[in-house]
Write a protein that binds this ligand. Structure first.
Ligand SMILES: [Zn+2]
Length: 158
């Protein structure tokens, strides 16, 4: 019986090691979507933007000029939102993307119809607004996103 227990334990360790190895590209905190009980704790400034739908001051975001390749994930629930290859320079003062990771971003038209808000599809964190028809890129779409609403996870260097 003892041997069997030991064997089971060894197998469990082995399999969890495998699972970890597979997702090594991202830090452990960034691998899974988090449910409401596990959301990341926000600073008051993060809360102002993410919860109360505020806007960070243009040109000040830490991810504005980030050109590294990687994934932009939700600051609150770690859901991957944007890939770096959809990021472009719009000179609007906020990080801009012309496409989201499929299904990761929800669009909510403002009540007065003037703009369309974008939120994390998993936790409803406020990200920014989406604008169409500006012809910045071939996709003709600009997700104007607050840096503070996201975390950047660089791709693993080969
Ligand atoms: Zn989220």
């Amino acid at each position: 019986m003892k041997i069997l227990n030991c064997l089971l334990l060894c197998m469990a360790v082995f399999f969890s090691a495998c699972a970890q190895k597979k997702e090594n590209n991202l830090p452990p905190t960034a691998t899974t979507k988090k449910n409401a009980m596990e959301w990341n704790k926000l600073t008051p400034e993060e809360e102002r933007v993410i919860v109360n739908k505020g806007t960070e001051y243009p040109g000040t975001g830490t991810l504005l000029n980030n050109k590294e390749s990687g994934t932009y994930i939700c600051k609150r629930c770690n859901t991957p939102l944007y890939k770096s290859d959809s990021k472009f320079d719009s000179h609007c003062g906020w990080p801009s993307f012309d496409d989201e990771i499929k299904g990761a971003v929800k669009r909510i038209p403002d009540p007065d119809g003037s703009r369309t808000e974008i939120v994390c599809a998993n936790c409803d964190a406020h990200l920014g607004h989406v604008f169409l028809g500006e012809e910045f890129t071939r996709k003709n779409t600009r997700h104007c996103v607050n840096s503070i609403s996201m975390l950047f996870v660089p791709d693993k260097k080969p």
